[in-house]
Design a protein around this ligand. Structure first.
Ligand SMILES: [Fe+2]
Ligand SMILES: [Fe+2]
Length: 275
């Protein structure tokens, strides 16, 4: 199968700006939906900085000029993602949320445990596996516009821009891993661990934020959760199907040609930056 990947991966400049007018429940007036994405805002920056460190470490070992160039674009994009999401941390704190347990956990896990204790190849495989999730989230974002309509406009701008770049660079960490070690069992074995870790962390912190809101036992929130995951949008089933693709022995991110989802957003940024 032809693996057509976007040729020019580069950061698209954005400056998001938030102030105290941001409602606590900025996504469809739902604590659950807002806090799932708030959790991503809290865990992404350090996770992305961990990805960047491994991308920089891989550069001298990767000889293919196209993959090398893609890795440089990836580093530029992830650096901007981390910086833009981090801007929200103080605002979330001022709204009364305690971000510190999740921040401590991601920082310690990434830079003290994984980076120092675990073999390099495991780290490269973990970055590739987690990038499969961010690409899935990006695809879900563009495939379900009816859900995203309920987002606060500036948050929507942030997540849409991020989703588009995640789709554009979705194969970079995968190609990087394949260039270093293309063992199927390394890739999928690490994914088995990554999926559990990511879901536990995401739901644990979402529920922790909801508990801080006193919305954890609100039946309305559980209805929203049920509707999103198992109702018309059917995100639970769609997510499982997308996730399992990674286990195909011939998997490559661009076997799924979905760049058209991201292109209009990226083109809009490119046009505004030329002008
Ligand atoms: Fe990112
Ligand atoms: Fe990414």
């Amino acid at each position: 199968m032809e693996r057509k990947s976007p040729t020019n991966i580069k950061p698209h400049k954005i400056e998001v700006s938030f102030d105290e007018t941001l409602p606590k429940h900025w996504f469809g007036e739902s604590a659950f939906l807002s806090h799932v994405l708030n959790t991503f805002t809290v865990i992404f920056p350090d996770a992305e900085r961990y990805f960047i460190r491994w991308a920089k470490k891989a550069l001298p070992d990767v000889t293919d000029p196209k993959i090398k160039k893609d890795i440089q674009g990836f580093i530029g994009q992830e650096t901007m993602h981390a910086n833009q999401h981090e801007k929200l941390w103080d605002l979330l704190r001022s709204q009364g949320y305690n971000l510190e347990p999740a921040l401590w956990f991601v920082d310690t896990l990434a830079f003290n445990w994984l980076e120092k204790i675990v073999p390099d190849k495991f780290n490269y495989a973990l970055v590739a596996g987690l990038e499969h999730f961010t690409a899935m989230l990006g695809e879900i974002y563009f495939e379900n516009p009816e859900i995203m309509e309920g987002m606060h406009s500036e948050m929507r701008r942030l997540f849409e821009w991020h989703a588009a770049e995640e789709i554009q660079h979705k194969a970079v960490a995968f190609d990087q891993l394949q260039a270093i070690d293309d063992n199927y069992f390394l890739r999928t074995g690490v994914m088995n661990v990554a999926v559990v870790g990511l879901y536990v962390l995401t739901f644990a912190n979402t529920f922790y934020f909801m508990a801080q809101d006193r919305s954890l036992f609100n039946p309305k929130e559980w209805l929203v959760m049920g509707r999103i995951l198992f109702g018309k949008s059917d995100l639970a089933r769609k997510t499982v199907i997308k996730f399992l693709e990674y286990y195909r022995p011939d998997f490559h991110p661009w076997n799924n040609q979905n760049f058209h989802l991201a292109e209009p957003t990226l083109q809009a940024y490119e046009k505004s930056q030329i002008a």
